[in-house]
Design a protein. Structure first.
Length: 177
């Protein structure tokens, strides 16, 4: 699909979408920051989801990880002035579910390799690696708790073992949900 802005249009109605196959339904938002953050942060969580599956922890663990990862995404987005409801839409939760469950996702496949202890093709672009590093530093700087992102950053930079990352996440203090 291609989306393009029509000159002179206002309030998001001036976008024309052309679908290359099938039908498409567009949703507008004026929360550009929220849409951008959703699109970037889901890659970090997809790496974590792939790692969980690669380590053999199963679908229930992946679901729990995705849920906590989504909570991180919303915390950061709100701290940066985005709206939570934007992340509840297709550019946040919708993209997150797809990216965390699809073997077509490079980020998920990278995580899968991490979880299995296998080498991943360095020629393949994995956006979530650089995003994890940048977001971890940003979150620490503004005081936003993002433990899943921090662990992805630590794993991808080989500063922690998978066993230690899992242990640190599981030993975090219990919180009310």
């Amino acid at each position: 699909m291609v989306a393009t802005r029509i000159q002179g249009a206002s309030n998001g109605s001036g976008y024309l979408a052309i679908a290359f196959a099938g039908e498409v339904r567009l949703y507008r938002t004026d929360d550009v920051r929220g849409a951008e953050l959703g699109g970037a942060l889901k890659n970090v969580i997809a790496i974590a989801a792939g790692t969980v599956i690669g380590a053999g922890l199963g679908d229930s663990a992946r679901a729990a990880l995705m849920t906590r990862g989504y909570a991180e995404m919303v915390r950061l987005a709100e701290a940066l002035g985005a709206r939570a409801e934007t992340l509840a839409g297709l550019s946040g939760l919708g993209d997150l579910v797809l990216t965390c469950t699809s073997p077509q996702s490079r980020n998920f496949r990278y995580g899968l390799a991490l979880g299995k202890g296998e080498r991943f093709d360095p020629a393949v672009t994995v956006e979530g690696i650089a995003t994890a590093q940048a977001v971890d530093r940003l979150a620490q700087g503004i005081g936003v708790d993002m433990p899943v992102t921090a662990m992805v950053h630590a794993l991808a930079s080989r500063r922690i073992s998978l066993e230690d990352a899992i242990g640190q996440l599981l030993r975090r203090p219990l919180k009310q949900e």
